[in-house]
Design a binder for this molecule. Structure first.
Ligand code: SF4
Length: 343
């Protein structure tokens, strides 16, 4: 069998899945890319601008669309992958519509779900109209209108970091890695679009691990006057004027604060996706301490599963940014090709 005739199934049509499918097709492999939503693109579909350079998310969306515009790729949408099992040298891929595919190799790229903010009741999401998530603020950037529920222009916005991450109460001990820099980016965007609006970020630690992140953080303070308060918000409520009120312990100043805000933005973290969880459970795949897929080796086998011919790409293994997701997907393709060439 020639290398070009190998068939690889990619489960998940977000950033990792699209990049993996494109890279495999470019090498001459036949690829079936399976996306449970009606359109590929994952969470990126919703994003307006990306950190650290605030480039339009559309540029990366277009790159990924071009990536899968290849005659070697079949795209199935509106259908999920239910189970992957090994039969002889092949993998059998069971789909949610009851059909089945066979493949020489497969890559799982089922991505992440954003933390459901309803689970942090103390912040009032779903109770108070002006408590929104970071994804919903991105929607506002897309529409060009940052307004309260009753149509007013906010004069004070607070952003709470670590919502659903680093939090034993919701069984998520991990850091989601991208939400600190997302908060910095969104805070700058609010200040640019609404110069009269004060912006406050409430954080535990500022985790600026990527290139240009620290510079963005500095820019937000020096050029855009974003306020950073180290402390944990204990609760949100509304006062008689229907304005949000938060209580926070300022741990640097060592004093409790009570602040009125027009809008509260919850920086929701990343969790293993429900679709990925179901697939892992049905297929008997190992998962790690924070329920993401457990890879063969954290240092030199970070795309490998315990099932021969099955590989992992992107945030189904751990939180990561788009740059790292694309690199991880390319590494998964390298592992898959090495497997296909040697089996
Ligand atoms: S990146 Fe920042 S906001 Fe997100 S979980 Fe880590 S410390 Fe919290």
């Amino acid at each position: 069998m020639s290398v070009a005739s190998k068939h690889v199934v990619v489960a998940g049509g977000g950033v990792a899945g699209m990049e993996a499918a494109g890279a495999l097709a470019e090498l001459g492999h036949r690829v079936t890319l399976i996306e449970k939503e009606q359109k590929p693109g994952g969470h990126l579909k919703q994003w307006h601008a990306l950190f650290p350079d605030r480039r339009p998310a559309d540029e990366v969306r277009k790159y990924l669309s071009r990536r899968i515009d290849n005659r070697n790729i079949r795209l199935f949408t509106g259908v999920g992958v239910d189970k992957i099992r090994k039969e002889g040298h092949e993998l059998c891929i069971e789909l949610s519509d009851g059909s089945e595919l066979t493949a020489d190799a497969a890559i799982i790229a089922t991505g992440f779900d954003l933390f459901d903010a309803h689970r942090k009741e103390e912040y009032g999401y779903g109770i108070y109209d002006n408590v929104i998530t970071s994804a919903e603020l991105e929607d506002m950037f897309n529409t060009g209108k940052i307004t309260t529920a009753d149509g007013r222009t906010p004069s004070r916005i607070g952003l709470i970091h670590c919502v659903g991450s680093r939090d034993e109460k919701v069984n998520n001990n991990h850091c989601s890695k991208v939400c600190c820099v997302t908060a910095v980016k969104q805070a700058i965007e609010v200040r640019q679009k609404l110069p009269g609006c004060e912006v406050f970020c409430f954080y535990m630690d500022m985790r600026m691990y990527g290139p240009y992140y620290e510079e963005l953080y500095r820019e937000s303070q020096e050029q855009h006057n974003v306020n950073y308060i180290r402390g944990k918000v204990s609760e949100a409520s509304v006062n008689i004027d229907n304005r949000l009120v938060i209580k926070v312990e300022d741990t640097l100043a060592g004093r409790p604060l009570r602040m009125e805000l027009d809008m509260l933005v919850l920086m929701v973290g990343m969790e293993m996706s429900k679709a990925g969880t179901r697939l892992a459970e049905a297929s008997g795949l190992d998962r790690g301490i924070n329920r993401f897929l457990e890879t063969g080796d954290h240092h030199y086998g970070n795309n490998i599963s315990h099932l021969k011919g099955l590989f992992y790409a992107g945030t189904c293994t751990a939180p990561m940014n788009i740059t790292d997701t694309i690199s991880h997907a390319r590494a998964a393709v390298a592992e898959a090709v090495r497997y296909l060439n040697t089996r």
